[in-house]
Design a protein around this ligand. Structure first.
Ligand code: ATP
Ligand code: MG
Length: 390
């Protein structure tokens, strides 16, 4: 079975000082989790980089690596011994294989770096001598040092030399799992998947939670959320979606004498449930896709009232974004096409005609108590359904 070697770099992680070994260990664990089913593999840490050897080819490995947070970049790499003749030979082989994959390549440059000063040639010599060899072997190519189609990086290190092309972009950010755990309120909309993605990228382990109200919400609306949670899982999100049935809660809220508070009462009930579930699941925070001023329930007064006095912080990564910016991000991370499927969310079932935009905390809490929502909320949490995303 033929094996392919990949060189991986971990960018921002390099800045993390004494915690670095812990972060690298987590990064390696996350990579293994995603590639273990693609074929046989081995992965090693070699000063500041990772070396991945696997039977899986680039068409399988690249899409996976590009979604791994904490990875800055990656490339196919050829390893060779520390003598010029071998470096020359393998450089030519490397260029030849790049040309057979992309025959449109017409310009190149050699970018040599020699950290091992014992090596027989310095980087300037390597650049010019290897450059001449490539020109001789592939007369159709020209040198372009500024924007070449193919940059051949030759790294002369202490133990061996590496030859690789420019790095493809990895996920960036920090490895999932090093920044605590958050429960994501995931609706079927555009915003909340993006909010979850942003915190995954900062290294938070994100567990999605969705509220549904059957039979008012349909199985297709439920499937849509499962599909969104799957996309988040492909970026390292938790492999389970938690579902809470909120029909009894919503029917009770519908009969409130304060119709203008209806949406806010529902938000408060959702937050109550999320806080209870967070405690059960040992989460550090609750995440929402809320965005300042987007709707009546997202004024600063509304958000303050619905999240008033909870033990955990509520994180709203999209608070200051414009909708167009969120949509752009949603397209980029491939949740947009799912989010715009026209299935109803429980939030839009019973809408007040004139929603309150500047609630007083005490009024909201008082009505919440009058409706005796606590018990219904707790029951929904006890009956949580856990859906596997595998
Ligand atoms: P989204 O914000 O999810 O794109 P939206 O803007 O229509 O859709 P809002 O009504 O603005 O949703 O809801 C604000 C936030 O409340 C959502 O971002 C999400 O975090 C949470 N939320 C709303 N509905 C649900 C639900 N059914 N289940 C879980 N969380 C929800
Ligand atoms: Mg929203």
């Amino acid at each position: 079975m033929s094996e392919t070697l990949y060189l991986l770099s971990y960018g921002e992680l390099a800045l993390k000082g004494r915690n670095r070994p812990f972060f690298v260990k987590r990064l390696i664990k996350n990579i293994i989790e995603k590639i273990k089913n693609l074929g046989h593999y081995e992965i090693h840490s070699i000063d500041g980089r990772l070396l991945l050897n696997t039977t899986a080819g680039p068409h399988e490995v690249y899409p996976v690596l590009s979604k791994i947070f904490g990875l800055a970049g990656f490339s196919l790499v050829v390893k060779c011994g520390l003598n010029y003749e071998e470096v020359r030979e393998k450089t030519l082989q490397f260029v030849s294989s790049c040309l057979s994959q992309k025959p449109e390549i017409s310009t190149f440059k050699i970018a040599a770096r020699r950290s091992n000063k014992q090596f027989e040639k310095n980087s300037t010599e390597l650049n010019s001598e290897l450059g001449l060899e490539v020109l001789k072997a592939f007369p159709q190519l020209k040198v372009d040092v500024k924007t070449p189609h193919l940059a051949v990086h030759v790294e002369i290190r202490d133990q061996e030399a590496f030859i690789h092309s420019a790095f493809e972009k990895g996920g960036g950010g920090l490895p999932v799992g090093i920044s605590g755990k958050g429960l994501l309120l995931l609706s079927g909309g555009i915003d909340s998947p993006v909010a979850g993605w942003m915190l995954l990228k900062r290294g938070m382990q994100v567990t999605p939670l969705h509220f549904c109200s059957p039979p008012y919400t349909s199985p297709r609306a439920r499937q849509k959320v499962i599909d969104l949670a799957r996309v988040l899982a492909s970026y390292g999100g938790e492999k389970y979606l938690h579902l809470l049935q909120f029909t009894p809660v919503q029917l009770k809220i519908k009969d409130t004498r304060h119709q203008d508070l209806m949406t806010l009462l529902l938000r408060r009930a959702m937050m109550d449930a999320a806080m209870q579930l967070s405690q059960k699941l040992n989460q550090n925070t609750v995440i929402t896709g809320e965005n300042l001023g987007q709707v009546a329930s997202q004024t600063i007064e509304s958000m303050t009232a619905t999240a008033h006095q909870y033990p955990l912080q509520v994180i709203r990564p999209l608070i200051g974004f414009d909708k167009m910016e969120i949509i752009e991000k949603a397209k980029q991370i491939q949740t947009y096409e799912i989010s715009i499927q026209p299935y109803e969310d429980c939030c839009t079932l019973f809408l007040p005609e004139h929603p309150c935009t500047k609630p007083h905390v005490n009024d909201l809490l008082q009505e919440y108590n009058t409706l005796e929502l606590d018990q219904l909320v707790s029951e929904s949490v006890i009956n949580v359904e856990v859906v596997s995303l595998l």
